[in-house]
Design a protein around this ligand. Structure first.
Ligand code: CMP
Length: 138
């Protein structure tokens, strides 16, 4: 078992709907540690960097509007296999395909407003932690 760090965003609808406490409780219940936490509203430049692979996609403008519509919780979660653990807890991007007990399965209304983001690989986790916590752009 590897000790990993992963970057987690609780998206604007999670904050507005007061789901933050419930989601953090689920993470802590799995004995994972909150290694960093902050709350702020992301701007378009940050979203273009974070979602670089989606910038040309048709849904990017609405994704950007939603993700900059209010504060997000930015967290680094640390623990055994934290990257895959958070992906599993989050559930599939489309809440209709997400496991019923996952965070998206329980709380996300749509594919675009899907409550939580977590890094999908070690490489993404490094890039996202460097960017959101240390402010380093590649
Ligand atoms: P996230 O895990 O943050 O990573 C990329 C995000 O893009 C994803 O969650 C969704 O919020 C959004 N997304 C991905 N695919 C679509 C889609 N087909 N339509 C709308 N939004 C999408």
């Amino acid at each position: 078992m590897a000790i990993e760090r992963t970057l987690v965003l609780l998206k604007p609808d999670a904050v507005k709907r007061k789901l933050v406490g419930k989601i953090i409780e689920r993470i802590e219940d799995k004995k994972l540690d909150i290694d960093y936490l902050s709350l702020r509203t992301l701007n378009v430049e940050e979203l273009k960097y974070h979602y670089a692979e989606h910038v040309e996609k048709p849904f990017f403008p609405s994704l950007c509007e939603y993700m900059s519509s209010g504060p997000v919780v930015i967290m680094v979660v640390k623990g055994e296999n934290a990257i895959s653990a958070l992906r599993k807890m989050s559930g599939a991007t489309d809440p209709l395909e997400a496991d019923a007990g996952s965070i998206r399965g329980m709380y996300a209304p749509t594919k675009s407003e899907n409550v939580i983001h977590s890094s999908d690989s070690e490489k993404s986790a490094d890039r996202e932690i460097n960017f959101f916590v240390k402010g380093i752009m590649e």
